[in-house]
Design a protein around this ligand. Structure first.
Ligand SMILES: Nc1nc2c(ncn2[C@@H]2O[C@H](COP(=O)(O)OP(=O)(O)OP(=O)(O)O)[C@@H](O)[C@H]2O)c(=O)[nH]1
Ligand SMILES: [Zn+2]
Length: 349
């Protein structure tokens, strides 16, 4: 028997299930997402499930179930099922689907915290931390920064200086798999029944951390390739891992870049720590691009905001605009297409 409360099942989800047309069927949480099917954990075991046509056709990519989603399904066989409904989501990590401009893709649903993992070698990149934070806080997910491989040589002062503006925005945790105390500290961040998603490029040590947190080998780790210094890509699927007495961990395959799918100016300013200057801009709706009397631009010129941070602001802002206008365009095209179809249908033949 699995206790689904340990997997994060709660009263809110129960109410969502009650409200579903399919409330009479069993529910479970998606533990693994394959190309066309899902592995779903339930109280009585694991089922491999496919989607009904209704769940699949005419749906945006972001509406398809993802790892961490709670779904209702019909049991077909001893270990097979058909997903009939997906419960509404809260706190979902999305990313821009690669190769598209207006399609987002859900990566992990119902997550309370995101562990943004970078290793203290060439992988460390503050701009990427800022970008990932934006995706995370847009969904009210709490970010934690994890800097791994402290046993390797790194410039601590440089790292700390680069993170200065982020210091009060997220806890920063330094870890090494050779330092058990650092892993114990990390574990203390994870509450019972809480879901944590691990985000980070391939080779930064996500699987190693998860194994150490579980105190057993639950995930295969990759060897570093000698020629490139980068980890081999070892994750081919996302997976949910249950900690013995704490929460639920979701591993994601090495997603390198998060394309922006949020156009929340306030969140962006908050992440980049620009909010403390904004109030003094001459115009209330100042975008801090080239407006007169912009306090943010003044702070950049005065050296109070680092240029790199401001440049990333402009970059992320531009991407957010691009995303929103592309989504808008897409909706308009779809609308005019369905109008055209309706008109065609009306015409007598
Ligand atoms: N020196 C050192 N090496 C580490 C540490 N953590 C992980 N590694 C090594 O880094 C390599 C990659 O680790 P993984 O845990 O497989 O990395 P990952 O982020 O899960 O990579 P993917 O599964 O490809 O996404 C392995 O050879 C690990 O042994 C650490 O704290 N210190
Ligand atoms: Zn301004």
């Amino acid at each position: 028997m699995n206790d689904l409360n340990l997997y994060g099942w709660n009263d809110w989800l129960f109410q969502q299930k009650e409200a579903s047309d399919y409330s009479g069927f069993i529910h479970g949480r998606i533990a693994v997402t394959h190309k066309t099917c899902y592995e779903v954990v339930t109280e009585t075991g694991c089922y491999t499930c496919e989607l009904t046509g209704n769940m699949l056709y005419g749906k945006e990519d972001s509406e398809l179930p993802c790892t961490g989603d709670w779904v209702i399904f019909q049991v077909l066989d001893a270990d097979k099922g058909l997903i009939l409904d997906r419960l509404p989501r809260r706190k979902t990590l999305y990313r821009l689907k690669s190769g598209t401009v207006a399609e987002k893709q859900a990566i992990a649903a119902h997550v309370e915290q995101a562990f943004i993992v970078q290793s203290l070698d060439l992988n460390f990149n503050v701009r990427r931390i800022e970008r990932t934070m934006l995706q995370v806080v847009a969904e009210e997910i709490r970010p934690v920064l994890i800097l791994t491989k402290t046993d390797l040589v790194f410039e601590e002062a440089e790292v700390k200086a680069a993170l200065k503006h982020l210091g009060n925005k997220l806890p920063v945790c330094y870890t090494s798999i050779h330092d058990p105390a650092s892993i114990a500290k990390l574990r203390s961040y994870i509450g019972r029944g809480e879901t944590v998603v691990f985000i980070g490029s391939s080779g930064v040590g996500k699987s190693s951390l998860i194994n150490q947190l579980c105190q057993k080998e639950v995930l295969q780790t990759g060897a570093i390739s000698g020629s490139t210094g980068k980890g081999k890509h070892t994750s081919t699927r996302r997976e949910i891992i249950l900690l013995d007495d704490a929460g639920v961990l979701i591993d994601t395959p090495g997603i390198k870049v998060f394309g922006v799918t949020s156009d929340d100016q306030d969140k962006l300013s908050e992440v980049l720590d620009l909010s403390r200057f904004e109030g003094a801009c001459r115009f209330a709706d100042c975008q801090h691009v080239n407006e007169k009397g912009c306090a943010v631009i003044k702070a950049v010129n005065d050296g109070e905001i680092e240029e790199g941070v401001y440049e990333n602001y402009l970059k992320l802002r531009k991407e957010a605009w691009h995303y929103t206008s592309s989504v808008h365009e897409k909706r308009k095209r779809e609308k005019s297409f369905s109008k055209m179809v309706k008109q065609v249908k009306k015409k007598p033949f």
